[in-house]
Design a protein around this ligand. Structure first.
Ligand code: ARG
Length: 470
């Protein structure tokens, strides 16, 4: 591996012997990934340790070599954790930086660590280890967010607000029910992450560069030591597959899309024209020029940040779409989008949890007033007529006329005297007023998945049970 012509040209990293001139400075900068992939250091060391132990168990390495490697790797991990490790761009990436340091610390045994593996299966392993713990952290954050949502929903199981379609008042719902819609989304998000984790948690190591290795290896042993559920089944696929990262990005994009929708609602609801909620001061900012302003920056930023995660997903798909088997350097571009997603999603989930847990104050009176403004119980009147034997389409027409009349009188349906309601249908009786109230309307939707307070409470109990206590 020594390079007699250019002993200090930076090619001494691990693949120098083949070349007759030093690497161009710009090329070195362009191709180096250590500035970002050093985030994989812990995973890299963990995987190297498992690899070395396995090579010891299969007698490819001597017990002394393995002991030296383990010692060296622990030293390096300590140096990295204490911020004492010197990262060098000349050594290209996290793998070569660590390997070079290992050789400096322990000599020849360090040079034997790379037996039977390649950076191609190494980096795929590292990324999977990294993502596995990122997914676990995100899943835990989603759980916390869901608990906060469920608590708020419980508090507002009976609070009435207008439900919207086309952003026009449609039918009354309970605020708790509305919040539970987001819990339903987050529950699917959690399922998607759990699904994706299964495909993340397979071991590529042993695939070496692309074709496998001629050394006696025990992949099962490595998988077990690293906590993988199984092995990647094909060496060519193992070193080039990034589906697991794309699936993660897609799941993350959906989470951000959901949080963005919720944020959009918070922006609307906290606007004084709606006035449904007040966001606590600590979640708002002022304007540098307009002293009266109180801006919902946090939900706006959540909405805005969803775009970067969607972009990361597209970046990953595009990194992969033109690649022939097996590994290509393109794959190095997989890391920054993944890290960006993790860095965006973690804080977004945390801040939304704080916001929901204590930063939102609902104005039940404003919500109620809005619900009674838009003829929100018109469907209830139609349903009432249906129960009296009128076909639904005819009932729909009758109520449309009644609404038109009420509108011209600037009154709600429930404010029309019985006599004027009866002009539209003689089947209408005194009992109609129960149906026309907001409470009557929500209480009548008492099936599973409906907005009635008792159903909201049942849904909260079910969601809590599925979340467990943690
Ligand atoms: N830094 C590289 C990456 O991120 C590691 C794998 C390098 N393999 C290679 N054949 N050049 O993908």
């Amino acid at each position: 591996m020594s390079n007699k012509q250019h002993p200090d040209d930076g090619r001494s990293s691990g693949w120098s012997g083949r070349f007759s001139e030093p690497v161009d400075e710009l090329v070195k900068l362009y191709t180096a990934s250590v500035d970002f992939d050093r985030r994989l250091a812990q995973a890299d060391i963990e995987a190297s340790r498992a690899h070395a132990r396995m090579l010891g168990a299969t007698k490819v390495l001597s017990p002394e070599d393995v002991a030296a490697i383990e010692r060296g790797l622990s030293t390096i991990l300590g140096e990295i954790e204490r911020g004492e490790f010197t990262w060098s761009r000349d050594l290209e990436d996290v793998h070569l930086n660590i390997e070079k340091r290992l050789v400096a610390l322990i000599g020849d045994p360090g040079k034997r660590l790379h037996t039977g593996r390649s950076r191609n299966d190494q980096v795929a392993t590292d990324l999977r280890l990294y993502l596995r713990s990122a997914v676990d952290a995100i899943a835990a954050s989603i759980k916390r967010l869901r608990h906060a949502l469920l608590d708020l929903a419980e508090k507002h199981a009976e609070t009435i607000m207008p439900g919207f379609t086309h952003l026009q008042v449609a039918q009354p719902v309970t605020f708790g029910h509305h919040l539970l819609a987001y819990d339903a989304m987050l529950s699917r998000d959690a399922q998607r992450l759990a699904e994706c984790r299964k495909r993340i948690n397979l071991l590529p190591l042993g695939s070496a560069a692309l074709a496998g290795t001629s050394f006696a290896i025990d992949r099962e042993r490595v998988a077990q030591e690293l906590g993988f559920d199984g092995l990647c089944s094909n060496s060519l696929d193992a070193v080039s597959d990034r589906d697991f990262a794309i699936e993660f990005a897609a799941a993350a994009a959906l989470i951000m899309m959901h949080l963005s929708r919720f944020s959009e609602e918070l922006v609307l609801w906290s606007n004084p024209r709606f006035g449904f909620v007040r966001l606590a001061d600590r979640f708002c900012t002022g304007s540098s020029i307009m002293p009266q302003k109180r801006n919902p920056d946090v939900p706006e930023l959540v909405r805005g940040k969803s775009g970067r995660v969607f972009g990361d997903l597209i970046a990953l798909l595009t990194v992969m779409k033109g690649q022939p088997l097996a590994y290509n350097k393109d794959n190095q571009e997989d890391k920054e989008p993944v890290f960006d997603i993790v860095d965006t999603l973690g804080p977004t989930l945390a801040i939304m949890t704080d916001l929901i847990a204590g930063g939102i104050e609902a104005d039940a009176a404003r919500m109620r007033a809005a619900a009674s403004e838009g003829f929100a119980t018109a469907t209830d009147l139609a349903d009432y007529l249906v129960r009296k034997g009128v076909p639904f389409r005819d009932a729909h027409e009758v109520v449309a006329q009644a609404v038109r009349h009420a509108e011209s009188e600037h009154r709600d349906l429930s404010e029309l005297p019985l006599a004027s309601l009866q002009r539209f249908s003689s089947l209408i009786g005194e009992d109609v007023y129960v149906v026309l109230t907001l409470e009557g309307s929500v209480a009548s939707r008492a099936h599973p998945g409906g907005t009635a307070p008792e159903q909201v409470r049942a849904a909260i109990r079910a969601a809590r049970a599925s979340l467990g206590s943690g």
